[in-house]
Design a protein around this ligand. Structure first.
Ligand SMILES: [Zn+2]
Ligand SMILES: [Zn+2]
Length: 240
């Protein structure tokens, strides 16, 4: 059964999902980008004395400290956040609190199987999300990426997409840095469009037309085969 994507409201979704493959691709990319953006932002507010001494010869503070933007402190600060359902991010929620709250919400809906002392299995919601990499920005982003296939089946998937997207926009607005897309030479093996891109800081290759994901090795193989076919066709064309 297909339905309309809750994020873009343009494309159909496969199976029981609430997001289309392209919007899922956005989420995956954003969750990969957020830890880097957060690191960049943290460098702005690190006291000069704690910055790596190497480049500046260890003479302490190399630059006069810039006045710290209050928005940066808020974003990196502690705090609580209640994300769902339908609540609007007023642009002041701390990064860690938003990620933590979403993981908590997804975990609450994720069924966990426990056994009582008599060995009977009970299915109940997970009580809490435990990020394997720790309750850090990186840890929560890894957790949310791992649970993305499940999160897509929840009706709040559209809110998740919007709020994580807002977070990324806030981060990019403050760091003035956004990853760049690099177009690839071969067309998408799924939709045949010349829309494959490699994005800075990300490992895989993504089709901007259909959301198809390729691992680098798979792309290289596909590109070599495409080039071979292309050359063969051209050679025959010339001979004829
Ligand atoms: Zn969509
Ligand atoms: Zn495609």
């Amino acid at each position: 059964m297909t339905s309309t994507c809750l994020a873009c409201r343009r494309r159909d979704t496969p199976d029981e999902h609430h997001l289309c493959p392209l919007c899922v691709g956005d989420l995956r990319d954003w969750l990969a980008e957020i830890p880097d953006q957060a690191r960049l932002l943290a460098e702005f507010v690190a006291p000069g004395g704690r910055q790596p001494a190497g480049r500046h010869g260890g003479t302490g503070r190399a630059h006069a400290p810039a006045p710290v933007d209050l928005r940066v402190l808020t974003l990196l600060g502690p705090g609580r956040y209640d994300p769902v359902p339908g609540s609007d991010d007023d642009g002041t929620a701390p990064l860690l609190a938003v990620l933590d709250a979403w993981a908590g919400h997804i975990a609450y809906h994720h069924p966990a199987v426990t056994r009582d002392p008599h060995g009977t299995a009970h299915v109940r919601p997970c009580e809490q999300a435990w990020p394997a990499a720790g309750a850090t920005v990186t840890g929560w982003c890894a957790w949310l990426t791992a649970y993305l296939p499940y999160a897509l089946t929840l009706p709040v998937a559209g809110d998740l997409h919007r709020q994580i997207g807002d977070l990324v926009q806030r981060l990019r607005g403050l760091t003035h840095s956004a990853p760049r897309d690099h177009p690839q030479a071969a067309p998408c093996p799924r939709c045949d469009t010349f829309a494959l891109v490699r994005t800075d800081g990300q490992w895989g290759i993504r089709c901007r037309a259909c959301g198809h994901h390729l691992e680098p090795a798979a792309y290289d193989e596909h590109a070599a085969a495409f080039l071979h076919t292309h050359q063969t066709t051209t050679a025959h064309g010339t001979a004829a």
